[in-house]
Each structure stands twice: as C-alpha cells, then as structure tokens.
Ligand binder design. Structure first.
Ligand SMILES: Nc1nc2c(ncn2[C@@H]2O[C@H](COP(=O)(O)OP(=O)(O)OP(=O)(O)O)[C@@H](O)[C@H]2O)c(=O)[nH]1
Ligand SMILES: [Mg+2]
Length: 307
C-alpha cells in the first residue's frame, strides 16, 4: 500500500463531512452510493449503524472524509443513549454537515431535533431530501419546519436543500458538487488508496449483523451483537471465528433457527458479501452465546466500540 498523498488538480479541497439524521433515513445507503462501494451496512431496522464509520472519497478536485453516524432514535437504554451521543458529537469540528431526512414521510421528533441542532452549528449544512423515488413527497414540510425553527432561534443560517434518492443514485453528482463547495481549500488528509479506516474486525462483525437484521424483526435485532474473535488470513482463504451475542436463552434458538437454518443462511450470505468486499474466500465459524443484559454492560459496549 502506498502512503503517498494524492495530488489534486489545481487548488484542491479537503475536509470532513458528518452524515447525520434520524435512524432509517438512508445515511449509510447514501454513503455507499457516494463512494461507489459498500463500506457501511444497511437495513430497515432502527439503529443499524452502531459505530461512527469514516470513509474517504478522493477525486482530482479534492478529498472528502465522510463520517457515517448512528441514526438518532428515542433512546432505549444504555446502548441507545450511547449511539445517540456518538451521533450528536460527530458534528463537532467537522467542515460541513450533511443532514439526511426521509422526505417521503413527514418530519418526526428526531428530525426536528437535528434541524434545531444545525441552526446553532457554525459549520455549513446541506440537507439531503432522500427517498425522492417514492410517490409521497413531504419536502415542503421540512422546509416549513426549518423556517419556524429559524425564526424561533433568530438564526441567519441557510442550509442548501437537495432532493436525492440514495437507493437509485439520483442527485448524487449534484450533492457531491455541493459538498465539495462547502469544504475548505487544502491538501489531502489521507492517501487515495484508503477507502475506510474502520477496523476489519468491526466491519466483518457488522456484515454478519446486517444479515440478521434482514431476517429478524421487533426487539430481537437490538438484543443482538456480533464480535469477531479471530481472523486467520491465509493466502487464498480467511477463516473468521465470531460470537453472536443474544440476551436470553429463548433468543438463542431463534438466532440459530430450525435445524440451524438461519445460522447457515447468515453464514453463507456473509461469506458471499465478504468475498465481494475483500476479494478473498471466507470461512465463517459462528458461535451463538447468551450474554445477559450486554446492552447495559459498559465493558461489553466498550469492547464492541459502542461506548
Ligand atoms: N425507497 C428508498 N429507500 C431507501 C433510500 N435510501 C435508503 N433506503 C432504505 O431505507 C432503509 C434504511 O437505510 P439505511 O441506509 O440503513 O439508513 P440509516 O439512516 O443509515 O439508518 P441507521 O443506521 O439506523 O441510522 C433501508 O431499507 C434502505 O434500503 C431511498 O433513496 N429510497
Ligand atoms: Mg446507517
């Protein structure tokens, strides 16, 4: 891997952009689309992203370091509170904020919270009105809400609004132009062959967790965590041992599935995804473990990078 910093054409721009917003609005989908590669897991379950993930986009005109953050959601216990805290503090010290909203539905309490927050932040803000591929469009309600908050806070700030569909890729070029215009002129911060510095162990654990999030519903996804114990990197095959934590014995059976079917499906889907991401064959060994109240256990939250 070269450690040379890329050379920009003319005077380049470089900066950090935090991607924030309520849970489930499509922040990670948007990030993956902007980078052209999957760096952050996606699902329709609340608080899919649990760590702040840094991903780097380098172009001849400059470099943007994106921070994908956990979506803010009504806090449920220690885990939820930690995720909200991580998201809220991610905007501190960034060059620009990319607030993502789901414009196909009306603003919710957490959207209101983020609009208030950006009204008092110094950094410039772009608001992506996402899911524009859907029939219903509530963009005007977000703009109206912003106007009310702005008046109430006597703010002079004006965000830039842009309609996008992270799923289809609509509006991506315009969004990138806007973001590059918000970051300052300056030299690159990272070499151009680094896509993300998110640790490999955490990424593999996320890929496994994502498969479960696609299959499990209601409370169970929140009670589930994955920890990669070891990675044995042989030239043509990487063997990964990972623990899947649940909180109760009754959940263990669900996560394994009838005759081990769900566990097998998760293993196979994850191996396939990981092959695409790393270009090497994977063998996953998954162990399901009961860890009572892990969501309240500071040491486990810290080990998983959630605290
Ligand atoms: N129709 C439509 N669905 C989208 C779009 N963008 C994202 N989604 C879907 O919205 C759901 C949530 O997407 P994520 O990218 O995981 O959302 P997030 O904001 O990162 O969520 P958290 O990590 O929980 O904060 C997934 O089912 C996506 O496929 C879009 O532009 N249009
Ligand atoms: Mg996410």
């Amino acid at each position: 891997m070269s450690t040379d910093l890329p050379k920009f054409e003319g005077v380049g721009r470089a900066g950090v952009v935090a991607i924030v917003g309520r849970t489930n609005v499509g922040k990670s989908t948007l990030l993956n689309h902007l980078l052209g590669e999957k760096v952050s897991i996606v699902s329709d379950t609340v608080q899919t992203t649990r760590n702040v993930i840094r991903a780097i986009l380098t172009e001849p005109r400059g470099q943007i370091v994106f921070l994908d953050t956990p979506g803010v959601h009504k806090a449920q216990g220690e885990l939820g509170k930690n995720l909200n805290r991580a998201a809220r503090s991610a905007v501190q010290g960034t060059d620009a904020i990319l607030l993502v909203v789901d414009a196909s539905i009306k603003p919710e309490l957490e959207d209101d919270g983020w609009l208030r927050r950006i009204a008092s932040e110094e950094a410039p803000c772009v608001i992506a009105l996402n899911k524009s591929d859907r029939q219903s469009n509530c963009a005007e309600e977000y703009k109206q809400l912003w106007a009310e908050i702005k008046a109430e806070k006597e703010s002079t700030k004006e965000p830039i609004w842009v309609a996008v569909s992270a799923l289809r890729g609509d509006g991506m070029a315009e969004l990138l132009n806007l973001l590059f215009a918000q970051v300052p002129e300056g030299p690159p911060l990272f070499p151009d062959d680094i896509l993300t510095d998110y640790p490999r162990k955490l990424n593999i654990a996320d890929v496994i967790r994502e498969k479960y999030f696609h299959k499990l519903h209601a409370e169970l996804p929140h009670a589930l965590a994955v920890w990669v114990e070891s990675i044995d990197e042989k030239e043509n095959k990487w063997t990964v041992e990972a623990s899947v934590y649940v909180e109760r014995h009754s959940q263990k059976g669900i996560v394994i599935g009838e005759k081990g079917r769900l566990l097998k499906w998760v293993r196979e889907q994850s191996e396939r995804d990981l092959y695409e991401m790393y270009g090497v064959r994977f063998q996953l060994k998954l162990w399901v473990k009961v860890e009572k109240n892990w969501r309240k256990n500071f040491w486990i939250l810290r080990k998983l990078g959630y605290a």
